[in-house]
Design a protein around this ligand. Structure first.
Ligand code: B12
Ligand code: SF4
Length: 503
């Protein structure tokens, strides 16, 4: 029995299909027994105990656990994964443990340094995982498995990367191995929202992005008919009414985008995806019509910066003029754009931040429905040049446990990276602006602020927004804090949860 584990990455109400481990399980041959253990399920709060009981039960059933495979993303999921892996290894030292996913792919060295992890897999996992089973069965030398990281006399050996294959060559997600309704949650799109990924990778070269570090600058799509078939199943069998596409870059060639929309139209789903601004701007009106007709409600775009100079340094291949044009064009089709920004690069962050906040203001003038997403620049390992010319591994911890401290979790979530060029004052300036913006224009995603709080904060923010006065909005902050719906999940983000209130 192989246990495929998704350590807690989010709170139960936000859980989504655990696609990474579902993909691994689906690729295993029929004679290999496997199961999924999803730490995002509320009943899996104490994941060590869940795994311990499961391993004990398997021992007596005659199909003992032979391998534990963890998927780990940088951020809170890593903070949850480390103590669980460490404890399980201490309890069951004989069971091999393998880590894969974005953290092991971007930062293999600290994973390799951890004595409680035996193997790691970089990049696409399905075929590497299968070959690892041969290694464990003594049928293969670990040095021959592309994509594998293993230990030779206690030292990490990273085998060459494995060229990856497209989704069309991989098995369908094994929905029969999860309880689908548990994963259809209420979102701004619908009452029973699901997720899906129809392509792998991205063909661009943005020099701050973790996707191309892992998959290189290449993208491969599955056939639109296959996408529609899987989504039709989820709708017919489980009543899914909406879907977030997790593709890094959903639209590329216009004919392909058009076909996807045409195939989605009969399903009547509301949907969200991520796309490039320049790509959509190049599409014809009739394609926008097809997108709208197919239920496309919102598109997430990497606008990244309000400075063309910075965009060029990021190798974004985009201009602010294109971003403004797209904001206007997509408004005509009543599709909400969600513009994401990477603020605070190493060169003159103050000036760059001013330009970016100014662009956000203009975007709101052009298209008041546009949503803004704020991230702070966090250097990420790259295959080529790194935006800002910095060493992304500089100062990063060698020990895996050190990555789980709140400081490094803040780094990985791109919310509060402790980088030398960002001052507290600059960060506060961005956060104050964000607060006024999101009070003046309450976000569709904001399900946490009570309606009265939104109305009151909006009134107070209106004048400030018009006057461009973003300094120290203390009163608005207090109102929004007071109006927050209390957190319903005591285990939110593992160790990052606030300490329990004294009785
Ligand atoms: C779903 C998702 C989430 C979900 C997680 C749901 C869950 N699993 O419980 C949520 C919304 C919680 C989330 C949050 C975040 N995410 Co996220 N997320 C994604 C997303 C959109 C899809 C991942 C996915 O399921 N893909 C489908 C599967 C099939 O592919 P895969 O994960 O790559 O898995 C394959 C390989 O990696 C490998 N593999 C994976 N695990 C394992 C394990 C083993 C044992 C093996 C052998 C192989 C293996 O094999 C798999 C099959 O080929 C990706 C973007 C993307 N499209 O990949 C971002 C992405 C992974 N997230 C990212 C980030 C940064 C975050 C956040 C930090 C963002 C934030 N600021 O808050 C948070 C924090 C995460 C956390 N809590 O720790 C980045 C990571 C790169 C980076 N720069 O660090 C990505 C790439 C987005 C991006 N474009 O930057 N995320
Ligand atoms: S377009 Fe998006 S996913 Fe693609 S390389 Fe740039 S930032 Fe990464």
């Amino acid at each position: 029995m192989i246990l495929l584990v998704n350590p807690r990455a989010t709170k139960p109400g936000l859980r989504r299909f655990p696609l990474s481990i579902m993909a691994l399980g689906a690729a295993l041959p029929g004679d290999v027994s496997w199961d999924l253990v999803d730490g995002n399920k509320p009943e899996h709060g104490d994941l060590v105990e869940v795994l311990r009981q499961r391993i004990e039960a398997q021992r007596t059933s005659g199909d003992p656990v032979s391998l534990l495979a963890f998927t780990v993303m940088p951020g809170p999921q890593l903070a949850a994964a480390v103590p669980v892996t460490k404890r399980i290894k201490a309890l069951f030292p004989e069971i091999p443990i393998v880590w894969g996913g974005y953290f092991a792919s971007l930062y293999p060295q600290p994973v390799g340094n951890a004595p409680f992890i035996d193997f790691l897999v970089r990049g696409q996992g399905e075929r590497t995982f299968l070959e690892l089973l041969d290694v464990l069965a003594g049928k293969r030398d670990p040095g021959t498995v592309a994509g594998l990281g293993w230990k030779k006399d206690g030292t990490l050996v990273l085998n060459p990367e494995r060229p990856w294959i497209g989704p069309g060559e991989l098995p369908a997600p094994p929905y029969h191995r999860i309880h689908v309704p548990e994963y259809l949650e209420k979102t701004h799109l619908g009452a029973r929202s699901g997720v899906y990924q129809a392509s792998i990778g991205c063909p661009y070269t943005c020099s701050f992005c973790g996707v191309i570090s892992v998959y290189g600058s290449r993208e491969n799509f599955e056939e639109p008919a296959r996408t529609a078939k899987h989504l039709a199943f989820l709708k017919a069998e489980h009543g899914m009414d909406s879907v977030h596409f997790y593709d890094n870059n959903f639209f590329q060639a216009e004919a392909h985008g058009r076909e996807v929309c045409d195939r989605l139209t009969p399903l009547g789903l509301s949907w969200w995806c991520e796309s490039r601004i320049d790509v959509l701007l190049s599409y014809k009106d009739e394609t926008f019509r097809a997108m709208k007709a197919s239920g496309l409600r919102m598109v997430f775009f990497g606008a990244e910066s309000g400075s063309n100079e910075v965009l060029a340094k990021m190798e974004k291949r985009l201009t602010i003029e294109e971003t403004l044009a797209l904001a206007a064009r997509i408004k005509e089709w009543d599709i909400v754009p969600e513009f994401s920004f990477v603020l605070g690069g190493p060169e003159d962050p103050e000036h760059e931040i001013d330009q970016t906040l100014a662009l956000m203001k203009k975007l709101k003038d052009v298209n008041p429905a546009a949503e803004m997403v704020f991230y702070f620049y966090t250097p990420t390992p790259q295959r080529r040049a790194v935006y800002g010319g910095v060493n992304p591994l500089d100062g990063t911890p060698e020990a895996l446990e050190d990555w789980t401290t709140p400081e490094w979790v803040d780094f990985m979530t791109h919310e509060k990276p402790d980088v030398p060029w960002m001052t507290e004052a600059l960060r506060a300036k961005v956060l104050d602006f964000e607060l006024i913006l999101k009070s003046r224009f309450p976000s569709l995603h904001d399900l946490k602020t009570r309606p009265w709080g939104k109305v009151l904060a909006q009134r107070l923010a209106r004048r400030r927004w018009a006057d461009g006065d973003f300094r120290d909005p203390r009163l608005i902050r207090s109102i929004r804090k007071f109006a927050r719906v209390p957190k319903d999940d005591a285990q939110l983000y593992g160790h990052l949860r606030p300490p329990a209130e004294p009785a």
